[in-house]
Design a protein around this ligand. Sequence first.
Ligand SMILES: NC(=O)c1ccc[n+]([C@@H]2O[C@H](COP(=O)([O-])OP(=O)(O)OC[C@H]3O[C@@H](n4cnc5c(N)ncnc54)[C@H](O)[C@@H]3O)[C@@H](O)[C@H]2O)c1
Length: 368
Amino acid sequence: MRILITGICGFVGSSLARYFQAAVEGIRITGIDNLVRPGSEANRSKLRADGIEVFHGDVRVPSDLEELSAADWVIDAAANPSVLAGVDGRSTSRQLVEHNLMGTVNLLEYCKRHNAGLLLLSTSRVYSIPALASVPIRVERRAFVLDAKQPLPPGLSAEGISESFSVAPPVSLYGSTKLASETLALEYGSTFGFPVWVNRCGVLAGAGQFGTAEQGIFSYWMHAHAARRPLRYIGFGGAGYQVRDAFHPEDLARLLLLQIRDTQAESDRVYNAGGGAANSMSLAELTSICEERFGPHAPQADSRVRPFDLPWVVMDSGKAKRRFGWEPRRTLASILDEIAEHVHTHPGWLNLCEGMALKEEPYRVSTS
Ligand SMILES: NC(=O)c1ccc[n+]([C@@H]2O[C@H](COP(=O)([O-])OP(=O)(O)OC[C@H]3O[C@@H](n4cnc5c(N)ncnc54)[C@H](O)[C@@H]3O)[C@@H](O)[C@H]2O)c1
């Protein structure tokens, strides 16, 4: 089997490449990355050392893809993955659309040319912001929980947000580039007869993620806590009760393999993938875990209200379970253990994530 992974030097792309290389005998993995994400460069030589072919190229440039040999499957993991992309002054809205949507169009042309299947990594951010912002919640201990006794909108249950939840705009510019990519991918697949699977991923987390305050929050929070960087609970009263679920790229890789190996004729090709309610926690709870491991460091309350912030996002992956027998195996606790270990062995990691040199100074860990 030949696989092309775009964004192969990113957190998810590199994790998937390593998993597939170990799990699938005789696989040939090729990847392309423009190294725009600070930190990605660090993965290039490691992947090459593992026998994976890595090209420095850009999915926005059709001729960069023409250089690549034919693959049986393409995993689209190249994107500007932040919900603030296109509006935070770091990238323009046009750049976001070029990376996330035009890049997908170029990949679809590649799939058409080589009759390759496409595994699209979409996002929970395709779901409607006003609908998500108004889900009924209450506070339990130090976290928001869904108040399932209240009337719930279609597609929402105690299990979380399912595929039938509203995708009505606004969903953010980032979310809309992914939703438009989904539509085009399904359309190309049906028109030109190649398989397409769309996976709407919740938060992915693990060691080696290039976390920032805007994206990769679990990794960022733990590294920032240990490094005594200023941390802020933004919005929702500034108490840090906002909740996310998370899952590990290894579990995503297992789902992608099930889809690659699927032989049933299937018209329904859109699936949620996430950690689910059992693997969710609030920022305040995450802070407690950081305090146990790295000593005290209190985040500041910040009462700002920002349009893309959401109080509670938990993905219901029940459809993937029913269809593929898939559910995440890695618990959030094990993912946090893995990140904590990485924090200890990679002091200064956030410098790398911000495009600066990696400073290898040991952390002072105190529990008092
Ligand atoms: N990490 C998450 O929590 C999460 C959640 C949902 C969906 N996703 C999706 O998963 C995919 C991978 O995310 P990630 O967390 O690994 O992000 P990442 O930023 O770590 O990796 C993305 C990689 O793509 C590369 N890239 C960006 N634009 C490119 C271009 N035009 N051409 C070639 N390479 C380019 C970057 O250099 C980077 O190495 C994205 O599509 C993202 O939207 C991620």
